[in-house]
Every structure is written in structure tokens, then in C-alpha cells.
Write a protein that binds this ligand. Structure first.
Ligand SMILES: [Fe+2]
Length: 396
């Protein structure tokens, strides 16, 4: 009988263990299904990423708040000594996204480079009730956060907060960790984009300096045209802007305008400043300047076709221009704009061999030859700039 009882006890024990094992497996399966479902949502979020890492970071923060069933979700980072909430989900309308970092839980998470997910329950009884203004103001009870890193540096923190007691389970911790790592990747590409922007800005400034130096070089040799290139550049840029050309084309025109006579560097200064009429040979020498300018600029890798615009700025629609005698559509639009601006500025200004004709006469000239020498749309817009838009050349 005793033996029978023992066998019965053993059987019950094994049965209980099996049941426990089955419950464990069932829970494991439920957890896996939840992780799978959440991973699909993360995947969908990643597929919807745009080129702006900040927008992507915000998307990830929103997804984190949603999947964690939080009251609010935030992604905070330190910028110029302040704590900024770059990513926000369900934050109240009066929430202040910028603050001094000291005392904020998120700042401590960043500072302590928390690898593990930090969970703080009973926030109102914690030290943060005194140091972090959001705890009491928004009646927060639980904080769950983790440091966001790239290159092993802690640069921000992802957190979800609750107005109730909350303990994240394993699957929630895994999801939180994945989203936090994804934000780290986006931070990395944001940094890359900013470095690139900074480098490009430096290059643009350096290029601007080179252009200015080139412009001054030619104007030093030809003081009568001092300021001419700058004024031509201003007018050509305004025409291009009014025509609705792309930012890149406007910049190319501005730059080409500022140095369009660089080729005159090879023309003797006595010819450039000769008070009387030029003879045929002197005229021929002057006419070499677009080609010389092209040859000077061709080896320089400008981001735009500056050399071609300069080569063609004396070409005219009917083929009567120089140096190639190009006609109509064979002349690039940027050169047609620069050509009109050049003529208007040159005619309205004083020269050693003649007084200035004034802007009225200059506009008459381009109008008379509209469609013959000059592109009609460019002429119309130039007219409009000086009449209804009150454009004025900068004083010399
Ligand atoms: Fe010229």
C-alpha cells in the first residue's frame, strides 16, 4: 500500500512538472509572437524612413511609446549644453522640449552611459521628484530609459514614462533595446550629414574667396571697369531668380558674373584703359577674353559649368557674337542672361572713351535687339526688374 502511495505521489509530481513546463512553453510562444509582431512594426517603421535622420528618430520614438503602452515617449540629447527633446510622442501641449540638463533623469542616463535599461518606479518618492520638474508636474510614476550610443559614446537617451506603476517584461525590454540601437544608427548618419554640410560650407566660403580674389585681380588692371563684374553678377542673378531657375543655376550665374572678364588678364592694360576708339588689332585682342577666361577656369572643378557660361557670354542669338559665333539654342541660357546683364551694365556706366549712356538707353538697346541678339524672355525680365521692380545697380 505504501508503495502504491509513493508511486501515486511521484506521478502527481511528474504531472505537475509537465503542466508547468507546458505553461512555460505556452508563455514563451506568446512572448515570441508578441516580439514577432513588434519586430514587424519596427521593420515597417524602418522601411518608411526618409533622408532626414531627425524625422526618423522621431518616428522611432513614437513607435517606442506605442509599443511600450506608455503615457509619453522622449528621445533627448545634449546640444550646446542644453537637454533637447528631439523625439517626442504624446507629450502634453505645455511640455518644454529644452531645459538645463542637471537634475533630469535622462541626463543621468546619458552621463552614466546606461547600457542596461533603467527602470525607476515610485518616482514621486525618488530623488528625481525634487530635481526633475516633469516628475511632479505631470504626476509621473514610472521611468524606463536607456542610453543611446554610437561609436561607444553615449549621446542621448530614449525613455518612456508612465502615470502608473509599470514593470517592463523581457519582450518589452528587447523591443526597447532594438529601438534605442536604431536611434543610435540614425544619430550616426545625422552626424555624418552635419559633417558633410560643414565641409561643403567651408569649401563654398573658400571658393567665394578665390572668386573675389580673381575678380579683384582683373579690376586692379582695369580700374575703369572696377565694380563692373560685381554689378553684372548682381543683375544676372536677379534675372535668373525672376526666371525661376534652380538654386544651383542661380549660383552658377552669380559666380560666372563675378569673374566673367577674367580673360582680360591677358590683354595689355594700355588697351583696356585706352581713352580713344580701339583699332582692329586691339579689338581682336579684347575679343580673345572669353576664350582665355574659359582656358583659365576649365581646369578648376567648379560644381557648375562656370567656364562654359564665361566662354559664351559674348555670343548672340543671330550668330554675330564671339568667340564661336554660336546661334540661338546652341548658347546656354545662363550665358544669355549674363550677356544681357553685361550689356546693360556696360552701356549705363562711364568708360574712358565715352560717358555713361544711362539705364534708359541701355534698356532701349536690349529691347531694340530683342529676339535678334538677346533672348526675348531675358530682355523682358530685365526690363521688368528696372521698371516695376525698381532694381538699381549698387553705387560705384
Ligand atoms: Fe566680357
Amino acid at each position: 500500500m505504501e508503495n502504491k502511495d509513493r508511486m501515486m505521489d511521484q506521478l502527481i509530481k511528474e504531472l505537475t512538472e509537465s503542466r508547468n513546463r507546458i505553461t512555460e512553453l505556452e508563455n514563451f510562444e506568446i512572448e515570441n509572437k508578441l516580439i514577432e509582431k513588434n519586430l514587424k512594426m519596427i521593420n515597417k517603421c524602418l522601411q518608411g524612413f526618409c533622408e532626414d535622420p531627425l524625422k526618423n528618430i522621431n518616428q522611432l520614438t513614437c513607435l517606442c511609446g506605442e509599443l511600450m503602452g506608455a503615457t509619453c515617449a522622449l528621445y533627448n540629447r545634449i546640444d550646446k549644453g542644453m537637454l533637447y527633446s528631439w523625439g517626442q510622442w504624446h507629450t502634453p501641449g505645455d511640455y518644454c522640449p529644452v531645459d538645463k540638463p542637471e537634475g533630469h533623469i535622462c541626463y543621468d542616463v546619458i552621463k552614466n552611459k546606461c547600457d542596461d535599461i533603467m527602470v525607476i518606479r515610485n518616482l514621486s518618492d525618488s530623488i528625481y521628484a525634487k530635481t526633475d520638474p516633469n516628475v511632479i508636474f505631470y504626476k509621473l510614476k514610472t521611468y524606463v530609459g536607456q542610453a543611446v550610443k554610437f561609436n561607444n559614446t553615449s549621446i542621448g537617451s530614449l525613455c518612456v514614462v508612465y502615470q502608473k506603476d509599470f514593470i517592463p517584461n523581457n519582450s518589452e525590454k528587447k523591443i526597447f533595446g532594438i529601438i534605442s540601437a536604431a536611434i543610435g544608427v540614425e544619430e550616426n548618419s545625422r552626424q555624418g550629414q552635419e559633417d558633410l554640410k560643414e565641409t561643403l560650407e567651408k569649401l563654398r566660403k573658400a571658393l567665394g574667396g578665390v572668386i573675389e580674389a580673381m575678380s579683384l585681380t582683373i579690376e586692379l588692371r582695369d580700374p575703369y571697369t572696377a565694380g563692373h563684374q560685381k554689378r553684372v553678377s548682381d543683375l544676372a542673378r536677379m534675372i535668373a531668380k525672376e526666371m525661376g531657375l534652380s538654386k544651383e543655376k542661380i549660383e552658377a550665374i552669380r559666380m560666372a558674373g563675378a569673374i566673367h572678364d577674367i580673360g582680360k588678364i591677358s590683354v595689355p592694360s594700355e588697351i583696356l584703359s585706352k581713352p580713344g576708339k580701339l583699332n582692329d588689332l586691339e579689338m581682336l585682342m579684347i575679343k580673345t577674353h572669353p576664350k582665355i577666361g574659359f582656358d583659365i577656369l576649365k581646369p578648376i572643378e567648379f560644381p557648375w559649368s562656370v567656364a562654359d557660361i564665361i566662354l559664351q557670354h559674348h555670343e548672340r542669338l543671330d550668330g554675330s557674337g564671339y568667340p564661336l559665333g554660336l546661334k540661338g539654342e546652341h548658347i546656354v541660357l545662363e550665358a544669355k542672361i549674363l550677356g544681357v546683364a553685361d550689356v546693360v551694365e556696360a552701356m549705363s556706366s562711364h568708360r574712358p572713351y565715352r560717358p555713361g549712356h544711362g539705364i534708359g538707353e541701355a534698356l532701349e538697346e536690349i529691347s531694340k535687339n530683342k529676339g535678334i541678339l538677346y533672348e526675348p524672355t531675358v530682355v523682358d525680365i530685365c526690363w521688368r526688374l528696372f521698371t516695376s521692380k525698381k532694381f538699381k545697380f549698387e553705387k560705384k
